[in-house]
Design a protein around this ligand. Structure first.
Ligand code: PMP
Length: 364
């Protein structure tokens, strides 16, 4: 590496937006690597090796020197057919994070209002800050469920440009019902972004069909959770085609790479694999829930996702004692209303057993 020194002048930072300077960089608190990794709500089952090879063979035979489609038409059409909606209603992105960025880019100016329940997925607030928007938060109830009446009231009062509902919600693991989302979508004038990152694990019905009656509804999905594809980076949104055409305009061209597109197409052709892993994860969720309920000095919340919220007296200490055993969970105690909480993903049966043994030892 070059030994050249960087000269720095603080004045260059005056060109960075104050909202950006005030931000913290995106990190995964606690790290990303461990033998038993239950900290990022991923699917514990990897994409099947034989399908990986088929995709790599196809990718190998293509021209890497050529650009892919500006927007990945093949994946868009496959996803649309899978959902039973027109392709014009679907936008594919480089993970749903990119689509959150795109939606906010298309809609928010300085001072625009964004309404989010709190606590929720942190990225919404982060992107709103970059756009110098005003974030209005509505607290969850004491039991961490959505306060639907308060959200509706605040949305009608403050008339935000966007209302974001992560349902089921990360990190609380609770959902809104279809009827509640429908009620909100029909009463408010705001765009209603329904982030369904965890919908495959939910007992509630998807809000997808609301896009027909409600032109303000945007459904956001990801292949990072149930579809075992967090490393591939693919998400999509579904909305009224006229709205989707506008949202597409500020999107970064070529942001979805060809390999990700091929992977998406392959998993949709083998959707039964997703269903099988979801089935196993849901059975494990039931088993782990019962074991956590029986555990002393711990309170577990019923989960509508592939992760649990547990309350313990000293979450930082429990986090560290699990980490010492190579079990990585997420310490979410810095989130509002979650001072005693850890977030723990549902893993394989063996991983869950190791977790339960370690927790029992620590808490008994
Ligand atoms: N929305 C929610 C609610 C999430 O929890 C996550 C990932 N943690 C995302 C979106 C982002 O997912 P992706 O990997 O598709 O960018």
């Amino acid at each position: 590496m070059s030994k050249k020194k960087f000269r720095f002048d603080e004045r260059v930072l005056e060109h960075i937006k104050p909202t950006v300077r005030a931000m913290q960089p995106y990190t995964v608190a606690g790290g990303q690597f461990a033998a038993i990794k239950l900290n990022q709500n991923e699917n514990p089952f990897d994409f099947p090796a034989n399908l990986k090879l088929e995709i790599l063979n196809q990718f190998y035979s293509e021209n890497w020197n050529r650009y892919p489609d500006v927007f990945p038409n093949l994946a868009t059409e496959k996803i649309a057919a899978f959902l039973g909606v027109p392709a014009e209603a679907v936008i594919v992105g480089n993970g749903s994070n990119e689509l959150i960025y795109t939606i906010f880019f298309a809609t928010l100016s300085r001072g625009s209002r964004v309404l989010i329940p709190s606590p929720t997925f942190l990225y919404y607030e982060k992107v709103a800050d970059i756009m110098e928007a005003e974030v209005i938060k509505v607290a969850m109830t004491a039991s961490l469920t959505f306060d639907v009446a308060a959200i509706l009231e605040e949305a009608l009062r403050s008339q935000p440009r966007i209302l974001v509902l992560s349902t089921p919600n990360n990190p609380t693991s609770k959902s809104m019902t279809f009827a509640e989302i429908e009620e909100i979508a029909s009463q408010v004038k705001s765009l209603v972004v329904v982030d369904e990152a965890y919908i495959e694990f939910s007992r509630e019905r998807s809000a997808l069909e609301l896009i027909y009656e409600h032109p303000n509804v945007i459904i956001l999905r990801t292949l990072s959770k149930a579809f075992s594809l967090a490393g591939v980076r693919l998400g999509y949104l579904v909305a009224n085609p006229t709205l989707a055409a506008e949202l597409l305009k500020p999107k970064i061209p070529f942001a979805t790479n060809r390999l990700a597109e091929l992977v998406a197409v392959k998993i949709l052709e083998n959707y039964e694999l997703v269903e099988q892993s979801v089935k196993i994860i849901l059975a494990e969720r039931d088993r782990v829930f019962a074991a956590l309920q029986a555990m002393p000095n711990l309170n577990v919340h019923e989960s509508d996702t592939n992760f649990f919220i547990v309350e313990v007296a000293s979450p930082g200490d429990v986090f560290e004692s699990l980490k010492a055993k190579n079990i990585l969970v997420r310490n979410v105690s810095s989130y509002p209303m979650m001072e005693k909480c850890l977030r723990i993903g549902v893993g394989t049966a063996a991983e869950n057993d190791a977790l339960l043994t370690a927790l029992k030892e620590r808490l008994s």
